[in-house]
Write a protein that binds this ligand. Structure first.
Ligand code: ITT
Length: 190
């Protein structure tokens, strides 16, 4: 008699965002950790706060209200030293308004910057957030074809921007936060 082994299944996990690029990267990363991530496309209101974590937690609650399934959201920001951390929590708005060329005009000789990612999980009972960062510098010109700030962010120890790197997904702020999330999630729910 053939015995079929049924592996326990994690329940559906959604990534709620208006930004398909964030989802595509998150999906690829979580696939590697054996977690199947689905897309829940939606526009979430961003509360005004200096804390990415507060923004992410609020977005996770809104997302759960809409999709009624365990959900992940991500809030990111690029923090530029010479601009005292600007655009930080306003990165999305600043990208849509002045874009990469506008940022390049603002940055002076000190080009240090960091990308921060907060991944926030919410399933009505549990709320957990995971934070990571990648240090780097702002390039002098727009280099490579990529989304968001990828063409102007050069991670430490590299000479190329995120947009020019093949291994962005192995070193990014998103990868690091999702790695922390995965080890927590797999321990908790498997
Ligand atoms: P949500 O609907 O998920 O909020 P969003 O694009 O508004 O999507 P954020 O509020 O997290 O996302 O915005 C941060 C901005 O920072 C985002 O719009 C991008 O322009 C930029 N960004 C975040 N992660 C990035 C990455 O890995 N590479 C390039 N740009 C990135």
């Amino acid at each position: 008699m053939k015995v079929e082994v049924v592996m326990p299944q994690l329940s559906d996990l959604f990534f709620a965002s208006s930004n398909i690029n964030k989802y595509k990267e998150a999906k690829k990363i979580l696939d590697e950790f054996g977690i199947n991530l689905k897309f829940f496309k939606c526009d979430l209101l961003e509360i005004q706060s200096n804390s990415l974590k507060e923004i992410a937690k609020n977005k996770a609650e809104q997302a759960f209200q809409q999709c009624k399934k365990p959900v992940l959201v991500e809030d990111d920001g690029i923090f530029i030293d010479s601009l005292k951390g600007f655009p930080g929590p306003y990165s999305s708005y600043v990208f849509k308004t002045i874009g990469n060329k506008g940022i390049l005009k603002l940055v002076n000789q000190n080009r240090r910057a960091k990308f921060v990612s907060i991944i926030s999980f919410y399933d009505k009972k549990i709320h957990e957030s995971f934070e990571s960062k990648v240090n780097g510098i702002i390039s002098k010109t727009v280099n490579g074809i990529g989304w968001g700030y990828d063409p102007i962010f050069i991670p430490s120890k590299s000479k190329r921007t995120f947009a020019q790197l093949k291994n962005k997904n192995e070193i990014s702020h998103r990868y690091k936060s999702l790695k922390k999330f995965s080890s927590w999630y797999l321990r908790k729910f498997e």
